[in-house]
Design a protein around this ligand. Structure first.
Ligand code: GLN
Ligand code: ZN
Length: 759
């Protein structure tokens, strides 16, 4: 009898100490030349391959490594280079490659957008005018080097054609099939070269299968994989899905490929139910993703062993591949370098630890549970200990959650009534002006924080420094003539981490970095326990700022959904319960602010939209909890207290009803880059609460002119209710310098004055 193999879908690129990021940035800044750069990356790549081998992985992915992004790699492999970048023939130069990703003097970078439900961003392929052709066989290159230099028989990973075209832009829907027709022979040729090389398995990533698809898409899958399969009769194609269970199970598993990869972690057993209900084709291998590739928690291997046993009732072990549910690109490299409290430390599993879990499970399935009994028991004990820990069982928090049942989080009076009360108490002018919260985080501000963290500055010294910043910027804002001021967020490193460091139930890791886009990595806070309010988090700064001025100063908080979506979240209780816990903690902050005379409070939810589930049928439930959590955090205030919120993206079509349901008194959103479409969304839906459409783009250092702001205002006010309208920039100003900020805000205020005169 054959045995089941262990496998991996993709490994983090960045290295244990973010060596990848550092190498990229050194190369970009000209500190090292191309040869040195490429050889450093090769060292890193080989180390990662070796590690996977040492952990006992049979099918090690190759070609998952990238100089920037795997979607860009695919575009470049097929010569899909936007015309504004120089390219003739042959392999695409590394300079052109990075230009597409980052832009150059003469040409703007390609757009980047979020990769499914992760915080990774890919470079959007531009198909307009493209004439696809093969420029290089990347997977072959990576396969060869691993085989020749490391004796590793790798499994090339390729982004599949249907997902690739779905993620691309620059074509009309009716051109989809014609584009596929162009790409199929190119994919076939890449695969034929791999086949000729003696490759055993190729992983064709088609994560689009975890979204809601149309039946015409399923037909496309049939056409594509029939063509590819007949092009490479000797090569084993593994069609890999991840992130969710799949709809259209029978169609997918019957595609003409040799293996199907399914996620058995997410979507509440959907794929498991499918294999039992419909069976699994006898001529195929099942690659079972049983270890969560997107989260950082250690698995109870006893449960996972049982899950695999259960799967073997439908698919015998010799036709089983055991693997994580997704590429490990989305988790940090290793827990080894962290120093958490032992109970937490033992309850964590990053990429390296997950591979060990996979490998143990495969030993258990091949050699019987006894073979790994000790390790299984250790894992069960570790997970149990974490679940039983005091931090996961904070009675006061759990009691508050229990008391919520049936609680309707609603403001005392409806918006119209509140509006009158607030108008009377704030006395703001027509078309009030404000900003989104942060003011320049200069090198000096960041240096001050570093000194303080290192212990070289005392708490008092740092606190005083922050106060001085606030003081000087309150004066600047008054001088500019803004109507509603902010304290500037100088004390914050990051809008989520700042709260994570102050709330109970969170920890921050030392090295838990994951790639966000390009060389940029993020270190999401870890929500490991019950989230508890410990002490006011923003009160000191807000109250101080307010004490300096007669004008209102907005309190500034990050909302529950954004905190959740930008953290690694415990998975032993439902996510919405964690969100409710965060919301209750924030409510205490809101109440503390209100109690100290802060009567305008902004609760930012920039991540609300990106948390939308992949499957449309789950949106309603997600949005319901998102709205409820926001209201839980904000609705207990008096009618006089004005709640603001901010979101920074501009496609609201899908979520406008939910946004309305937040019942914020004022919604400030990013708009300058796509004004027309946005205005339409808000008219169509007759949005009838306070609304600030960003009037200039803060992502550029350019100072907007008064005239262009007036233009934008005129357009907006033609159709939206001027009585509800606010004037603000697109987003926070922390990335801009002092001069840019002052000049831009002066233009904005001047435009507001002109608009008021026209009333
Ligand atoms: N208040 C935050 C700021 O101004 C909002 C940031 C964001 O929208 N991402 O920086
Ligand atoms: Zn924003």
């Amino acid at each position: 009898m054959g045995k089941s193999l262990s496998s991996n879908l993709g490994y983090p690129r960045i290295g244990e100490q973010r060596e990848w990021k550092k190498a990229l940035e050194k190369f970009w800044s000209g500190q090292v030349d191309k040869e040195v750069f490429l050889s450093e990356l090769k060292k890193l790549r080989f180390k990662s391959l070796q590690k996977q081998k040492e952990k006992g992985i049979d099918l090690i992915p190759v070609g998952d490594f990238s100089l920037y992004d795997q979607v860009l790699d695919t575009s470049v492999m097929f010569g899909i280079i936007p015309e504004r970048f120089s390219y003739d023939e042959g392999p695409v130069s590394i300079d052109t490659y990075f230009d597409i990703a980052r832009g150059n003097k003469g040409a703007v970078a390609s757009e980047m957008t979020k990769w499914f439900n992760t915080n990774y961003h890919y470079i959007v392929p531009e198909l307009q005018g493209a004439k696809p052709k093969i420029t290089e066989n990347r997977p072959l290159f990576y396969y060869r080097e691993a085989k020749e230099e490391l004796k590793i028989e790798g499994k090339p990973v390729i982004l599949g054609p249907v997902t690739f075209v779905k993620l691309a832009k620059g074509y009309e829907p009716e051109q989809f099939d014609a584009i596929l027709e162009q790409l199929i022979p190119l994919y076939a040729e890449i695969l034929q070269q791999l086949e000729a090389e003696g490759v055993q398995w190729v992983q064709m990533d088609e994560p689009i299968l975890s979204t809601t698809l149309h039946s015409s898409d399923i037909d496309r899958f049939k056409k594509v994989y029939e063509a590819l399969n007949s092009a490479v009769p000797k090569l084993n194609l593994l069609l890999q899905t991840y992130f969710e269970g799949i709809d259209d199970y029978q169609d997918i598993v019957n595609l003409p490929v040799q293996g199907i990869g399914l996620d058995f972690v997410h979507d509440a057993g959907k794929n498991l139910a499918s294999i039992h209900q419909h069976g699994f084709p006898e001529d195929k291998v099942l690659a079972a993703g049983v270890i969560d590739g997107q989260n950082i928690w250690r698995s109870d291997l006893s449960e996972k062993h049982d899950l695999l046993q259960n799967i073997t009732n439908a698919v015998p072990a010799e036709r089983l591949i055991i693997q994580p549910s997704a590429s490990l690109l989305h988790v940090p490299v290793t827990v080894k370098n962290e120093q958490f409290d032992p109970v937490l430390q033992k309850g964590l599993s990053f990429a390296d630890e997950k591979l060990v879990e996979v490998s143990l499970l495969s030993k258990g399935i091949n050699g019987g549970r006894k073979a790994v009994e000790k390790e299984i028991n250790e894992s069960t004990a570790a997970v149990y200990a974490l679940n039983q820990s005091g931090d996961r069982n904070v009675l006061s928090v759990q009691e508050e959650i229990r008391q919520l049942s049936g609680y309707r989080a609603e403001r005392e009076a409806p918006f119209n009534k509140r509006k009158k009360v607030q108008e009377a108490s704030f006395g703001l002018p027509f078309l009030p002006t404000t900003t989104i919260g942060s003011l320049p985080q200069t090198a000096e501000v960041r240096k001050a924080r570093r000194e303080w963290r290192k212990g070289e500055w005392s708490d008092d010294q740092y606190g005083q420094y922050v106060k001085d910043q606030i003081k000087s910027w309150i004066a600047i804002q008054e001088e500019i003539g803004l109507d509603v001021l902010v304290h500037g967020e100088f004390e914050r490193n990051d809008m989520v981490e700042y709260f994570g460091e102050k709330l109970g139930g969170f920890v921050t890791s030392k090295n838990g970095w994951v790639q966000s886009y390009g060389s940029r990595c993020v270190k999401p806070p870890i929500i490991y326990g019950d989230v508890a309010f410990r002490e006011p988090m923003t009160l000191k700064e807000s109250v101080y700022a307010q004490s300096l001025t007669e004008k209102p100063v907005k309190g500034m908080l990050t909302g529950p959904i954004t905190i959740l979506n930008w953290s690694f979240v415990r998975d032993d209780i439902p996510q919405h319960e964690v969100t409710h816990q965060i919301a209750l903690a924030l409510r205490k902050e809101v109440e503390a602010l209100e109690c100290e005379g802060i009567n305008m409070i902004q609760v930012d939810e920039p991540a609300l939209r990106e948390g939308l589930p992949l499957k449309k049928e789950k949106w309603e439930n997600y949005l319901k909890h998102a709205v409820y959590s926001f209201k839980l955090a904000t609705a207990s205030v008096k009618n006089e207290t004005q709640i603001h919120t901010h979101m920074c993206y501009s496609n609201f079509d899908d979520i406008i009803d939910a946004i309305h349901a937040l019942d914020a008194d004022v919604l400030a959103i990013e708009a300058a880059r796509s004004h027309g479409g946005l205005i339409k969304t808000f008219e169509d839906k007759a949005y009838d609460q306070g609304l600030g459409l960003g009037v200039y783009d803060i992502h550029s250092p350019r100072v907007p002119s008064v005239e262009e702001i007036i233009d934008i205002l005129d357009r907006a006010l033609r159709t939206l209710d001027p009585e509800l309208f606010w004037i603000n920039p697109d987003c926070g100003l922390k990335t801009r310098n002092e001069k840019e900020v002052i000049e831009s805000l002066k233009s904005m205020v001047a435009a507001a004055h002109l608009a008021r005169e026209k009333r």
